[in-house]
Ligand binder design. Structure first.
Ligand SMILES: Cc1ncc(COP(=O)(O)O)c(C=O)c1O
Length: 457
């Protein structure tokens, strides 16, 4: 019985994956520390690890970042040249990153957060303004708004895609609204057609948060190249990394100049003007260093191959998981022509797992050797946000009444549900092979089969 179920599972897994091939170069195989011993997909009838069985996955998952001797060389060259301050490497990175994304301008920054802060600063966002954000995101999307003493206004999530529900966007706009920040969370692309059309109608800026969306595309064009600006992060976990770092893409020359000035103590783009007298302007030093740029230039060499590997494995995993009742992989809008898969996100329905709570499911999956996370808590309900809004400057600018009404105005019931159901895998899980995807599906099948026992244990 155990064997026939296993064969059945493998047969369905194999059939589902027909037509998908993963070609992985030798260097990629080395980087992911690929197992030389054959990897086994165990039967879903075997006891889950939390109940004393053997974990489904016993080998290592890929470490991150992938480091090669050429990374060391690139950084050493900068060290030896004493060229540590923003110069050739940063400029070359800006050129290459703009070209990679078919954008006209790129401004490298110290981080993704400072890319967002710079974009909003360059737009003149300040106290009294409102900026629209989604609630299923990393806190930096919102703290970049708070840093300008602007008011974040939340638009609920579309539970199927995990992204801002563009159908609910227009009703959140007021005469105070200055900008919209659609977030391409996990690398899945927000509904840019709808969002840009609404922004144009109301003459609003669109600052795309593409911090998790390297190489993601909307209708064949880089997700970060749409709208007023697109902001990226190169923090350690990201699909392209230099430990810390960020970039702004834009096709608008005036915006590029304003962002450059903002991130460079309001000194303008040309070398001569670095010596020029100071100008008034809200600004900061958010420059990228040469070390970061040198690493990024080198890391960019394998970016397309890694993106392809993630896409292929994610597509295969989706065919496997979609057949498990209670597991709902995040959907994409039809305009999303490439998902960056910084995260592989799905919803978990405990009703299909004998009532096994989501956190218990996550623990069981981790015990099976599959790294996963229950994802974000509802950002619109975070205490730090309430504290910010009740701080003296906010009360002074917006008044007690607006602050008191804020929680009611910013309810996101669909996102509350999403935050109870979400589970995600990190991008490194996808930098493996099809057998690993089958192991993930087998681990979930195992948990499903024993969900009642896991519930009691
Ligand atoms: C969606 C999102 N926005 C903004 C950021 C901020 O980027 P950084 O950490 O580089 O400041 C991150 C980084 O984790 C992110 O995931």
């Amino acid at each position: 019985m155990a064997d026939s179920t296993r064969r059945q599972f493998l047969r369905s897994a194999g059939t589902a994956g027909i037509g998908l091939t993963v070609s992985v170069s030798k260097s990629t195989r080395r980087a992911i520390g690929e197992q030389s011993a054959p990897v086994v997909v165990p039967s879903p009838n075997e006891k889950p690890a939390l109940l004393g069985g053997k974990p489904t996955v016993t080998g290592q998952w890929p470490h991150w970042p992938w480091v090669s001797s050429s990374d060391e060389e690139a950084v050493l060259e900068v060290v030896r040249a004493g060229r540590w301050y923003r110069s050739r490497s940063v400029e070359q990175f800006e050129e290459e990153y703009a070209a990679l994304n078919s954008a006209r301008y790129c401004i490298a920054t110290a981080s993704g957060t400072t890319a967002l802060v710079t974009s909003l600063g360059a737009l003149g966002v300040g106290p009294g303004d409102e900026v629209i954000v989604p609630p299923f995101t990393f806190l930096a999307t919102v703290t970049s708004v708070l840093l300008h003493y602007a008011m974040p206004v939340f638009v609920d999530s579309d539970i199927n895609t995990f992204l801002m529900d563009a159908e609910k966007l227009e009703s959140a706009i007021t005469e105070r609204t200055k900008a919209i920040i659609p977030v391409h969370i996990g690398g899945n692309v927000a509904n840019l057609d709808r969002i840009l059309a609404i922004a144009e109608k109301h003459r609003l800026a669109v600052v795309g948060d593409a911090c998790q969306a390297h190489l993601a595309e909307w209708k064949g064009k880089s997700a970060g190249s749409w709208g007023t600006t697109g902001c990226y992060s190169f923090q350690l976990s990201k699909n392209l990394s230099s430990g810390e770092g960020g970039a702004i893409l834009t096709n608008d020359e005036a915006m590029a100049d304003a962002c450059f000035a903002f991130h460079n103590c309001y000194r303008k783009r040309t070398r001569a003007s670095l010596e020029a007298k100071y100008h008034f302007g809200r600004n900061a030093n958010f420059r990228m260093t040469e070390f970061q740029a040198a690493l990024l230039l080198n890391q960019m060499k394998g970016i397309k191959e890694r993106a392809q590997l993630r896409s292929d494995n994610a597509a295969y995993l989706t065919t496997l998981l979609a057949s498990i009742p209670g597991i709902h992989p995040a959907k994409e809008y039809s305009g999303c022509t490439r998902n960056a898969y910084h995260l592989y996100m799905f919803r978990y329905d405990p009703n299909e797992f004998n009532g096994l709570p989501r956190n218990r499911f996550v623990n069981a999956l981790r015990a099976e050797g599959v790294p996963c996370s229950p994802g974000y808590a509802p950002l619109n309900k975070e205490q730090f946000l309430m504290d910010a809004l009740h701080s003296e400057p906010y009360v002074r600018v917006y008044g007690h009444q607006a602050i008191e009404q804020w929680p009611e105005r910013n309810q996101c019931p669909e996102n509350d549900k999403l935050c109870e159901q979400a589970v995600w895998f990190y991008q490194t899980v996808l930098l493996t092979d099809r057998t690993r995807m089958e192991q993930i599906a087998a681990a979930i099948q195992k948990i499903k089969k024993f969900a009642g026992d896991l519930q009691k244990s």
